[in-house]
Design a protein around this ligand. Structure first.
Ligand SMILES: Nc1ncnc2c1ncn2[C@@H]1O[C@H](COP(=O)(O)OP(=O)(O)O)[C@@H](O)[C@H]1O
Ligand SMILES: [Mg+2]
Length: 357
């Protein structure tokens, strides 16, 4: 079993409120990602779960049992850090075996565990090499194997892919998902990279300034962001936000008017933000709902081009075919898929889109 429930975690360092009532319910066997920018409180949350940080308030339950006061060693959790050094004088095999040796496992148990882990991470042929004889990516895999060779209640991973180059990071994303599935273990994985979160997680908790903004599946967090901040943090290119207000059955912005979606209930005059993702906008199709603008810039990305369109004083990011062309200043009409739009209260930032959908 590997259920982790952290409730109402509070922790301050002097004047900094690192955790301001963090609650996470991590189901057994899930790949649970805590996503947030630097300083959001991700590491502190993991350390609190591991028992390495004394809390001001809150509780940690492991498999239903209150473990708030337990010493780290009694929690049966494995922490995997951003940077982990291998023992330089030991072979990969001995590096991976070291946590099991420390627990006085038998040689046959150790051999079986190292074999299983090295086949999972595709490092069988490295086992007799020392760290100096391996590439960075190979060392990373060996280090990961060493961390994963134990069978703790849950693995707590703090940005373990941050130090890798992009190609290897992308590769390791797929590997980690595969490893998670084959181990069936609970992973609590911390990252500031929304792509990692969306691609690997069963559930994502989005953290900002020590507060959980939203918990959900990657699809829920992407398609139904609870607030303007989550909408902006998740998704690339960033969601475009246009200031507007409700007027009867219309949304009125700077130089534009769109039909107000029925679910966006707001009294007239209330300041709102219309959130539009690049893939829900088009400069190539014609539709009823459209915004007048002018071409501001083109960002070719190989498989697609992101077109920046100026609407009033704001810039909209629009996804287009890679062959799209145009000159800055050219007048454009941007078609909006209003069914997929988001509307936020400009004051509280909260989404108005959820209630009526
Ligand atoms: N030991 C510490 N002493 C003082 N401030 C700390 C300490 N650890 C973390 N903080 C502060 O708490 C906040 C959250 O930190 P952290 O949990 O490391 O964030 P993250 O991992 O999301 O980047 C930050 O403002 C950080 O500076
Ligand atoms: Mg951190």
């Amino acid at each position: 079993m590997g259920t982790v429930a952290a409730h109402g975690l509070r922790k301050s360092f002097g004047k900094v409120q690192a955790l301001d009532g963090v609650t996470l319910d991590v189901p057994d066997g899930s790949f649970f990602v805590v996503l947030g920018p630097s300083g959001a409180g991700k590491t502190t949350t993991l350390r609190a779960i591991a028992g390495l940080e004394k809390l001001d308030a809150g509780s940690v339950h492991l498999d239903g049992r209150d473990a708030t006061g337990d010493a780290p060693a009694d929690r049966d959790l494995a922490m995997v850090f951003q940077s982990y050094a291998l023992y330089p004088k030991l072979t990969a095999y001995e590096n991976i075996a070291s946590p099991l040796r420390a627990r006085r496992c038998s040689s046959s148990e150790i051999a079986a565990a190292v074999e299983r882990m090295s086949s999972l991470l595709h490092i069988e042929r490295l086992l007799q090499r020392r760290p100096a004889q391996m590439s960075g990516g190979e060392m990373q895999r060996v280090a990961l194997a060493r961390a994963l060779v134990r069978s703790p209640r849950a693995f707590l991973m703090d940005e373990p892919l941050t130090n890798l180059d992009l190609k290897l990071r992308v590769e390791m994303r797929t590997e980690l998902t595969r490893i998670h599935r084959s181990l069936g273990a609970t992973f609590i994985y911390v990252t500031n990279d929304q792509v990692e979160a969306l691609s690997m997680a069963d559930y994502v908790a989005v953290l900002k300034e020590g507060k959980v903004q939203q918990v959900g599946t990657p699809a829920e967090v992407y398609e139904r962001p609870a607030n303007q901040w989550v909408a902006g943090f998740v998704g690339s290119p960033q969601i475009s936000l246009l200031a507007c207000r409700a007027e009867g059955d219309q949304l009125v912005g700077e130089g534009w008017t769109l039909p107000r979606p029925r679910w966006a209930e707001a009294e007239d005059g209330r300041p709102l933000l219309l959130g539009l993702r690049a893939e829900n906008l088009s400069i190539e199709q014609r539709g009823d709902a459209s915004l007048p603008g002018e071409l501001y810039g083109l960002e070719p990305l190989g498989d697609r081009t992101v077109v920046d369109v100026r609407v009033g004083t704001e810039i909209l990011k629009v996804k287009a075919r890679p062959t799209v062309t145009g000159v800055p200043g050219e007048r454009l009409q941007v078609t909006v898929d209003l069914d997929r739009a988001h509307v936020f209260d400009a004051g509280t930032g909260l989404s108005l889109s959820d209630a009526g959908r």
